[in-house]
Write a protein that binds this ligand. Structure first.
Ligand SMILES: N[C@@H](CCC(=O)N[C@@H](CS)C(=O)NCC(=O)O)C(=O)O
Length: 222
């Protein structure tokens, strides 16, 4: 059975978690407390970059959330989460990459920077720009694969729901708001939904990781 190393608060592990559940793949969850577990020798031999998610499927060890999702999609095609049509497939990939390159990197300042600081306000503006792009791309469709729920919806949905819970308003984009509600009404998304107190823990942990990184940088560049 597939071993899945994860933490339920990790946005990147959540993508894979949702994919496993949506595709009804049997797996053994291995909970990693990201306060040091990830640096133990056994885990470092699996992922030298000390990140979750990781899956181990017999001889195969895979890191990187998108690579894992592609593997699961190819190995378990029964519940298809990628469109076969080239245009639709490209759109789904585009949404995944825009989430990673334009949205994910703007999330940390929402947590680490003071609310009225230029860094926080700038991150908010950049995120609104991405939401606007998502809204236009989604148009009047149910999902980013038109009427098909896809890996693009998992990657983008997970990030959009996170920024909403970090104070970003999406009511300016009614079609995106409906899409979020559609995602949240799915059984799997209800199953993995975070409670308000878990968002608080997530913020605390993200701040601690940020501080730790800053300290490491100040040792390298005093
Ligand atoms: N590019 C990787 C990044 C994974 C990643 O950064 N995971 C974070 C949690 S969201 C982690 O494990 N952090 C712990 C650490 O870096 O020590 C992916 O998409 O899987």
């Amino acid at each position: 059975m597939i071993k899945f190393y994860y933490n339920p608060l990790s946005p990147l592990a959540r993508r894979v978690w949702i994919t496993l559940l949506e595709k009804r793949i049997l797996f053994e969850p291995i909970l990693m407390h990201l306060n040091g577990d990830q640096f133990n020798t056994e885990f470092l031999s699996i992922n030298p970059f000390h990140h979750v998610p990781v899956i181990v499927d017999d001889e195969l060890t895979l890191i990187e959330s998108l690579a894992i999702m592609d593997y699961l999609e190819a190995k378990y095609p029964e519940t298809a989460l990628l469109p076969a049509n080239p245009i639709k497939l490209a759109k789904v990939r585009m949404i995944q990459m825009v989430t990673i390159n334009e949205l994910s990197s703007k999330i940390l300042p929402l947590i680490t920077e003071a609310e009225n600081s230029p860094q926080h306000l700038n991150a908010q503006q950049e995120i609104i720009k991405v939401l606007q792009f998502f809204s236009v791309t989604l148009n009047d469709k149910l999902y980013f694969g038109d009427d098909q729920f896809t890996l693009g919806d998992i990657v983008a949905g997970n990030a959009v729901i996170l920024v909403m819970n970090l104070g970003i308003e999406i009511h300016l984009f009614p079609n995106l708001q409906d899409w979020c509600e559609r995602l949240m009404s799915r059984d799997v998304w209800q199953q993995v939904k975070l409670k308000p107190e878990e968002y608080k823990i997530f913020k605390r942990k993200a701040k601690a990781v940020f501080k730790h990184r800053q300290q490491q940088l100040s040792v390298i560049n005093p």
